[in-house]
Design a protein around this ligand. Sequence first.
Ligand SMILES: [Mn+2]
Length: 473
Amino acid sequence: MDQFAHRRAQLAETIGDGVAIIPAGREATRNDDVHYEFRQDSNFYFLTGFTEPDAVAVLHPSHPTEPYTLFVRPRDREMEIWNGYRAGTEGAVTTFGADQAYPINDLSDKLKDHLIGTETVFYRIGGPLDSTVLGMIQGLEPLATRYGKTIPTRIVDPAPALAELRLRKSDAELEHLRRACDVSVLGHQAAMRFATPGALEYQVQSAMESVFRQEGSPRNGYPSIVASGPNATILHYTENRRQIQDGDLVLIDAAAECGYFSSDITRTFPANGTFTAPQRAVYEVVLAAQRASIARAAVGTTHRDMHETAKQVLTEGLIDLGLLPNGIEESLSMHHYREYFMHGTGHWLGMDVHDAGSVQVGDDSRVLEVGMSFTVEPGIYIDPDRETVDFALVEYDLDARYERRYRMGRDAALKLEAEENKDARSITHEIPAEFRGIGIRIEDDIAMTHSGAVNLTGALAVDPDDVEALCQS
Ligand SMILES: [Mn+2]
């Protein structure tokens, strides 16, 4: 059984006697008949290994002859001359292991046969097939009301079950991830050697990505962030058009994808090869937080533990640097550190850079298990333009605030937060000028293996002396 068949068999336990309808990704038009680069939807690829758009997988484990059906674009000589090879219905069966395959245009007719007699349909609402699937179920109603047949009465989102499967990587899957990490490390090393004052950010990007490609990665795991100077304080900066100046730090958050698994690495380094004293001071704080958090990674540790550790060490460092007005307890309970560290410490990593899987299970933070892989990426971002910051002296529960944002909508929740802070005292704190505009993030990829937590990107220089040596080489 190949890995895709194995995954379908795993999902079949959830599907039971129901039917799962899993659509492929769709091409997005850039203009006229030109599309953006297509990359298959991860859930679809996870179950099928099929990389073409305009396809649907129907999983019906209890069906006697068609437990696995693929609907695909049919072979078409003219279309293939213009746009490339298609596996067609023949390939769907012989190469991709479908029990039956039909042209995608037959979906409406053939899917009906699977739905009649089925109570539960696993389908993610909000996908491209909403009107097809929901319309079809509606159209079947007379079969139930007049003829007493069973038709679907329940639609269940298959994504949470798929996420649980994707969260725990097999050895083979971790091997893909490991390769993506190795290739990404080589690309970052090339970028650190190449970058120099005067270069444009996208030229550094090109030096890095050409190594990704040469080392066997067909595409990036996500758009590369090459952020110099104050751009490093923008978390998801992807313009990459600035000319790097002498004295700048360069923050690169970029990684290769191999075998449909993505790495995710961030390094921050001095463009001219030498950290200034303030840059190094901030860097040491981020690095200490990252190392402390990574040291906690073990089976049984929770996702929250990882963040709490990074947060604690980072906040102590911010206080030592004179960036916060209070001591450790107030800085944490009033979340003042969030002026500089406003994101989480990490996320799951796998087929998608922000991979499937919840970080919370009921009321508890997710406990790390063998097979899980994730990033550890604390950062400090100091606004280039703010000379002073008003820190509100209000203790609050950050999780509760964020939950409220999702419940109420962001605008209404922000209004309420402002209302709650209205009467609070605040401290105006001056930000030392030498720190303004410094943005530093350090990110590595950790895999939980049978022999413990492994840093898959640990080969890339991270100690400030090693970073300088690499930049100067
Ligand atoms: Mn990341």
